[in-house]
Design a protein around this ligand. Sequence first.
Ligand SMILES: *Cc1c(COP(=O)(O)O)cnc(C)c1O
Length: 365
Amino acid sequence: MTQLTFTTERSSNLVSDIEREQILSDPGFGTTFTDHMVTATWTAEHGWHDAVVREFGPLQLSPAAAVLHYAQEIFEGMKAYRHEDGSVWTFRPEANAARMARSARRLALPELSEEDFIASLTALVQADEKWVPAYGTGETSLYLRPFMFASEAFLGVRPAREVTYSVIASPAGAYFKGGLKPVSLWVSQDYARAGDGGTGAAKCGGNYASSMAGQIEGADHGCDQAVFLDSATHTYIEELGGMNLFFVMKDGRLRTPALTGSILEGITRDSILTLAKDLDLEPVQERIEIQEWKDGVVSGEITEIFACGTAAVVTPVGELRWDGGSAPSGSPEGGGEVTRAIRSTLLDIQYGRATDTRGWMTRLV
Ligand SMILES: *Cc1c(COP(=O)(O)O)cnc(C)c1O
């Protein structure tokens, strides 16, 4: 595959040091962006080219761009972490590169090589290094959002012959301020986020669009998020709109729904399955019925439930509600012991406080 060279055109319109420090002192999530962004173009004729780091700003797009009509789009989500010595690292970028390539194949978009993917992150974080929050400021990081979409101006239905790849970055604060509060979940019975043969295993915007009606229904019932079931039988637990689920069992098993083709294979999920043995847990991937959840939290068979993903890392899950009933919280207030141990094990690796025995960290700056 081609090896792209990312040219950096430094912005002449940088956010001032004072303003940036102010933003970094309370960054929130996904609202402010750094000075630069990456863009690269792919055409059927020339492949990938024009890879640049340039000033962050609006993209020029024809109203006929295929993505706006047929949703040919994929994305990734990862973080850059500042370590105590000032260096900046990211977590398992090879896994994100591989997943983006799988998503690209499913959405009929061109693949970007692992080298080019990682080079794009390195180039952006080097240009915007000052935007990576200081070590020791809580769980702050620079959230990285690589994405790719059909930019060809054409209304015919076929894979686009012009595609844009971009990376933007946004400083992120601790997802949970004031401790880990368990999230309440609504069982989405009528809306599925994905189905057999669909795009559930690809990280694409369309899956998020289809999850929102279920999220709204959940919010209307006082819940923080929705949990989606398999679309064929409405029996088996799949995942949340953007996070995978785990169940801690009284007997030491750590269960998560098996990948069915309609569940997104989270890198946090995979990392937790790998780390389980270190924490004396037996990782199990299998189909899990929603009824087992309802029964398990009552019988005490399930001792903790948590959701996981890059943005929130590990989130304790509280009450489950559905049309006509509810089950008690799957987690003690503040999250259970196992939930907290898994959370801190991951964070210690990501922030360089624990030895990275598996080679999961890649240095960016
Ligand atoms: C991104 C995503 C996750 C979490 O994946 P991570 O790689 O752990 O961040 C889970 N479910 C869905 C639907 C997602 O899009």
